[in-house]
Design a protein around this ligand. Structure first.
Ligand code: 0RA
Length: 638
């Protein structure tokens, strides 16, 4: 071999320490990457990419390339300075090997000031190594190319000098370990979306992405940063002004960046990042931004006499109607809280963000009076609608009391009063509703049939929604209320199951319902209470034997099992209504036999895009989207 080896590995105190570190990670992977499911798997990619992003933040890297390979491996390559290879003073081994095998490579090598701490982020690339079947690292540095391979986290050979190199950089290629992770199949879209996000957050960098499996290939470079991010989120809406308002400020050592824009819709989209990490559960930085918005809009409106001195003023919800904003803060010692470590806890950050946004937004509104006027007008309309909705709700409630219990007439309720046991099937059409009523277990399964199309809630405010009969029936049946007075403890069914036909109408109704839940009862989706029933497409029978098939492949498998086409009858169900009660029960409704898909909202940006495209004004993106994607659901065995 033409490779020149560094000193041969020897069994020393430090190598024992390395092995102990690795086995700790392999024993309790969840402690390091949160979970061993798809989320944990993608965490590995983020960890490696974040190391390259640190190099971008240090001003030493402009390009990152991420490839999902045909063999299931993932590689990340950057043109940074390259991980140092010289012998580490404490461990007496090449630093590269230490970075790849030991907990926290040491402060000497902290590259960017805004390091990440507290939780699952920035755990170190050695964690990725420990959870990989194999990992290969290549470094270009000091005119040389270096290479080392590891298996299950341990080096299988010394760091080798491969030959001369003109440029500098690092490439890490790893194949996740199937004996530790529940799934090792990377999802190209998940990876691609995160890379796109990073390119908005780090406008200097170009990120290339390629999947050898799906053939997907993207190049992300967004010199406009957060402002471009907001424009992208608002791509399918009518915006009230252009370009987005941009704020960049520093308070103490905290770097604060915000871009915000309003559209003529009624929803709020706020993405928040701390040191490039998406804080989906918000935190002190988000609280600071929200209170600054409310405060600044109110002050501005009062100064101009649009809100009278003694009047109550705009609420936070009023001020955020139609808002699309991205907030990115960078701080030295972030503290992440909560189960998924996706919430910022540092209390000082609230005041820092609030002060920065108060000051800069007020300045902006002074300089752009027409924008100021349209924002206040919109917020005042929201306030009026809020008041109208309150009255409508009160009316619904009073009417409900008068009509006794107030449950909708169409609801066939179950006997059990224990919500944890109870399931509500929302069924498309009266006829399928009738079949479902016969097929259900009345002890714990309730049926609510819906006829025709329900209102498109993306385009309606709360007050108008409450005039709609279907929506009122749904709200009363579910029990938790809607808008700003929701009480999850009043939930009447712990499973809310959408059962619609597998055709265009069915998917339209399903999307409308999901929009309603996502926008107006988000807690239901966040808590995993919403499911989609899976009805079979085919019934295959031979003699006394019956198979139900949910896909064309399953149908073909069933035919093969039945021993070919002879004597086999195949029935295709065009809708739920074509099944009899027993068939519907045994394939789609009965626990143990059925399969439900749980609806999740993995990513607010993506859900926002889906609903906006499906429900918004623009027709063409909607058509394209429907062609490319199905509703986001993950499989769940129940
Ligand atoms: C420690 C120190 C230096 C660079 C790096 C680590 C480094 C790590 C990774 C991980 C992925 N890509 C990377 N690129 C660089 C600075 C070394 C110097 O001063 O030259």
């Amino acid at each position: 071999m033409a490779q020149q080896a560094f000193d041969a590995p020897e069994y020393t105190a430090s190598s024992i320490q390395i092995l102990e570190g690795l086995s700790a990670v392999r024993k309790r992977p969840g402690m390091y990457i949160g979970s061993t499911d798809a989320r944990g798997l993608h965490h590995l990619v983020s960890e490696v990419v974040d190391n390259s992003i640190d190099e971008v933040l240090a001003g030493a890297c402009t390009e990152i390339e991420v490839v999902l390979h045909a063999d299931g491996a993932c590689s990340v390559r950057d043109n940074g300075r390259g991980i140092p290879v010289e012998v580490h003073p404490k461990y007496h081994r090449p630093t590269l090997e230490i970075v790849m095998t030991v907990l926290h490579a040491g402060s000497k090598f902290d590259r960017s000031a805004y390091k990440v701490s507290g939780g699952l982020h920035g755990v170190g690339v050695h964690v990725v190594n420990a959870l990989s079947e194999w990992l290969e690292v290549r470094v270009w540095r000091d005119g040389q190319e270096y290479f080392q391979r590891y298996e299950h986290g341990a080096p299988v050979g010394p760091l080798a000098t491969v030959g001369p190199a003109a440029a500098t950089g690092t490439e890490t290629k790893f194949k996740p370990d199937a004996t530790i992770l529940e799934t090792i199949e990377f999802d190209a879209e998940t990876v691609s979306r995160r890379l796109k996000e990073l390119s908005f957050l780090n406008p200097g960098v170009t990120i290339r992405f390629r999947s050898e499996r799906t053939g997907a290939s993207e190049t992300y470079h967004h010199a406009g940063g957060l402002s471009e991010f907001v424009e992208d989120l608002n791509a399918n809406t009518n915006v009230l002004f252009r370009p987005p308002i941009q704020i960049h400020a520093k308070r103490d050592t905290t770097d604060i960046e915000v871009a915000l824009q309003y559209n003529d819709g009624y929803n709020e989209t706020l993405l928040a990042f701390v040191n490039n990490i998406n804080t989906v559960d918000g935190g002190t930085h988000v609280v600071g931004l929200r209170s600054a918005l409310t405060r600044t809009l109110n002050d501005y409106a009062r100064q101009r006499g649009w809100v009278k001195g003694d009047k109550e003023g705009l609420t936070g919800e009023d001020a955020r109607e139609g808002l699309t904003a991205v907030l990115s803060v960078k701080l030295l010692e972030p503290q992440f809280e909560g189960q998924t470590k996706a919430k910022l806890g540092n209390s000082e950050v609230k005041g820092q963000v609030e002060s920065a946004v108060n000051q800069k937004l007020a300045e902006y509104l002074e300089e752009h009076p027409s924008v100021g006027q349209s924002l206040v007008t919109k917020a005042l309309q929201a306030a009026q609608a809020r008041e109208a909705a309150r009255k409508a709700r009160e009316l619904t409630r009073r009417k409900g009391l008068l009509e006794g219990g107030g449950l909708p007439g169409k609801l066939a309720d179950c006997h059990s009063r224990d919500p944890a046991q109870c399931e509500l099937f929302i069924v498309e059409g009266d006829s399928a509703g009738g079949t479902a009523k016969q097929g259900r277990d009345r002890e714990f399964q309730a049926i609510l049939p819906l006829r025709g199309k329900i209102l498109n809630v993306e385009k309606a405010r709360l007050d108008k929604m409450l005039q709609n009969e279907h929506i009122r029936a749904l709200i009363t049946a579910i029990g938790i209320g809607i808008g700003d007075d929701q009480d999850l403890s009043q939930l009447r069914y712990h499973k809310i199951i959408l059962m619609t036909d597998a055709d265009v109408d069915g998917s339209h109704i399903r999307t409308l319902l999901l929009t309603l839940f996502y926008r107006k009862m988000p807690a239901l989706i966040a808590e995993g209470r919403v499911y989609i029933a899976q009805a079979p497409l085919y019934r295959v029978q031979k003699g006394p034997k019956v198979w139900y098939a949910y896909t064309d492949e399953e149908r073909d498998k069933a035919i093969a099992e039945a021993g070919g086409n002879r004597g086999v009858t195949i029935q295709r169900f065009k809708g739920l209504g074509e099944m009899n009660a027993e068939q519907l029960a045994e394939t789609t409704m009965r626990p143990g036999a059925r399969e439900l898909l749980r609806v999740t909202v993995e990513d607010a940006a993506r859900a926002n895009e889906l609903f906006q495209i499906l429900m918004g004004e623009e027709v063409e993106p909607r058509r394209q989207y429907i062609e490319q994607h199905a509703v986001e659901v993950t499989n769940l065995d129940i």
